[in-house]
Design a protein around this ligand. Sequence first.
Ligand SMILES: [Fe+2]
Length: 185
Amino acid sequence: MEASTITYGLDQFIADCRAILARDGGPKGREEVRVLLERLLRNPDFIARYCGEDVPRGLKVLYEDPSLGFQILAHINDKARVSPPHDHGESWAIYGQATHYTDMTEWEREDDGADPAHAKLKPVKKYRLNPGHAGIYQDGKIHSIDYPDYARFIRVTGTNLDQIHRVRFDLKTGEVHRMTPQQAT
Ligand SMILES: [Fe+2]
């Protein structure tokens, strides 16, 4: 492993995110952030310190940018979870696996979107994020996550998602529900 990867820490990642997203807050800039998140996740010291066994459980905001608004979040899970399909509103999210894995499904709407309360979804992509891998979900994309006990991940989001309108989808009934803060991810 390159020395630069071993020592690539949170402070440098934050500085890089700031520089990249200030220059290009669009899909290309976010993709650069995704690649750097993978580099951060290959730093064993970062994983031990922010995602290790001694870290308090739950959701921790590691950083929120005062001007650009993006957040870096650590999801320190002990319990397995399957989320419903959901979007990230007008924002975006990057999921980087720290420990264990997350099975991702990306969905698309089959209906025309005319009825705001109902939707028909079809799965279009399924894959597993293993440690050191990060997936990106651009604005409007719908995905669901499924992870086992002790799976931990780092998310970078374009803004505080609790403050924007987001929806989740009930696959059985087709109902579209507004997401409440800290619900799903
Ligand atoms: Fe999500």
